[in-house]
Design a protein around this ligand. Structure first.
Ligand SMILES: Cc1cc2nc3c(=O)[nH]c(=O)nc-3n(C[C@H](O)[C@H](O)[C@H](O)COP(=O)(O)OP(=O)(O)OC[C@H]3O[C@@H](n4cnc5c(N)ncnc54)[C@H](O)[C@@H]3O)c2cc1C
Length: 435
């Protein structure tokens, strides 16, 4: 069996490794357009800020590990420009063609580029190659970030922590609308003390002027040394537009739970493909590292003849902004309503540890549940201490289909350094019992 994988990121290398491990007689070839495979994109903000000094630390395995130890052929620096599924061949940018028996498309996504991207020191970042080039060009002391999503806030906080003078430009009229301001209010006011925030602002113009970069907004202008656009991603699927592989209106390759596309012997996994929402069962985008790795593994296993099914994800997003652990998963009230649930929510403002135990902080969390079935549907958490484990506990409860009553009786471990005896999670569940 000749297996070809397009893309050497999380999904691609997981697919390649699993396929080879499952069927050692297969020939597996990975084609990667960049210079690196199998590295931690999620570590790039820490490399850019200097917290992680060397980019080499972000590389999980060198190419030699795959070639010499795993028996996988890895070709870097070559871009696939087309796929002909009738003749079962891929076409490379230099005109070369390569046949496949089974194909995995794991080409990920790219950061949306700014129309000012040709100016010096205007960046958007996705790959390690891009990050290395940014570091080489020296982004300076005064940094502007455009976009107040997860990456925008993460970059802003990392740069501010490394003593940069950071401004954040958001088109929204309040910061970080991804989460309920009642949950993240404390984090946002801290954020605004450390980062200059421009709300309801769009970049009108940008120019290199006197060794600075001038950014003109509707009501203000600022001089910075560099600007990072963090305004979202697009799937890397443009090279498939003349193929028979079906994509949705956002350019995501449509796959089923086995990562099969509509074309026989063609699979897709990771950020370039749809994923299943565990609650609604519908296809959506879940551009997250664990999802990509698991989708890749499922694709690789199925290709090699051992059936695996991806049961769907919850879009669980966890991030550290300054010293706050924040995150969300599942459905928020608005989305739950649109999906036909009767959503109710409870917000708890509690403590991360027993009151008397040193080192704790405030902890806010929100749960969303269905009034009729009492099924837990979504959660949000924000705290400087012990926030991440609460989000992951709530995610596990949602993933396994628990009701809010199950959540109340769920036998969480307790000890003062990690939570009060009436944990905010249990309090949230108990509030639903008063209705
Ligand atoms: C800065 C940053 C921080 C992040 N932080 C987190 C986090 O904290 N938690 C989290 O869950 N997720 C995070 N993510 C998202 C996570 O990294 C992605 O969801 C994950 O890497 C997706 O894996 P993938 O294999 O689908 O795509 P990628 O890892 O992007 O790999 C795709 C590969 O395909 C290659 N490629 C593309 N087109 C072609 C072509 N035509 N021919 C050949 N090769 C091609 C690309 O060069 C790339 O190497 C972050 C992403 C970024 C950029």
């Amino acid at each position: 069996m000749d297996i070809v994988v397009i893309g050497g990121g999380a999904a691609g290398m997981s697919a390649a490794s699993k396929a080879k491990r499952t069927d050692n007689s297969s020939t597996v070839t990975v084609i990667e357009s960049g210079n690196f495979v199998s590295y931690a994109e999620c570590g790039i903000p820490y490399y850019l800020s200097g917290k992680v000094e060397n980019y080499e630390s972000l590389i999980h395995y060198p190419v030699s590990e795959f070639i010499e130890k795993r028996g996988i052929k890895v070709i870097t620096g070559k871009r696939v420009s087309g796929v002909d599924t009738d003749n079962k061949e891929i076409i490379l940018e230099n005109g070369e063609k390569m046949n496949y028996g089974k194909l995995v498309v794991a080409s990920g996504a790219s950061a949306i580029k700014s129309k000012f991207g040709t100016l010096d020191h205007v960046y958007s970042v996705r790959t390690l190659d891009e990050a290395i080039n940014i570091k080489k060009s020296n982004s300076g002391k005064r940094i502007a970030i455009v976009g107040d999503g997860i990456l925008g806030l993460e970059l802003a906080s990392e740069f501010a922590l490394s003593s940069k003078d950071v401004s954040l430009i958001s088109k929204h009229d309040f910061l970080f609308p991804k989460m309920d301001p009642k949950v993240v209010g404390e984090m946002l006011s801290d954020f605004r003390e450390r980062v200059k925030v421009f709300l309801s602002s769009n970049v009108k113009n940008m120019l290199n002027e006197n060794k600075s970069l001038k950014i003109e907004l509707e009501n203000a202008s600022l001089d910075v040394d560099s600007v990072f656009f963090a305004v979202g991603t697009v799937p890397n699927t443009q090279f498939l537009k003349n193929s028979k592989i079906r994509m949705n209106e956002h350019g995501l390759i449509e796959v089923n739970a086995m990562m099969e596309t509509n074309v026989k012997d063609v699979y897709a996994a990771g950020d370039c493909a749809t994923s299943i929402n565990r609650i609604t069962g519908k296809s959506e985008s879940q551009p997250l590292a664990q999802v990509a790795n698991k989708m890749g593994r499922v694709a690789g296993s199925n290709i090699a003849g051992k059936e695996m099914k991806f049961p769907g994800g919850l879009g669980t997003t966890l991030v550290k902004i300054f010293d706050y652990e924040i995150g969300f998963c599942g459905l928020n009230v608005e989305k739950a309503g649109k999906e036909g649930f009767s959503p109710e929510s409870k917000i708890v403002k509690g403590k991360s540890r027993a009151n008397y135990y040193p080192g704790g902080s405030n902890l806010s969390l929100k749960i969303v549940y269905d009034r009729e079935s009492r099924r837990l549907l979504g959660a949000e958490v924000c705290s400087r201490d012990n926030g991440a484990w609460r989000l992951n506990t709530l995610e596990t409860a949602i993933f396994s289909g628990m009701t809010v009553d199950d959540l109340f009786y769920n036998d969480l471990g307790y000890t003062p350094p990690f939570g009060p005896v009436w944990d905010p999670i249990i309090i949230a569940a108990s509030l639903t019992m008063r209705d």
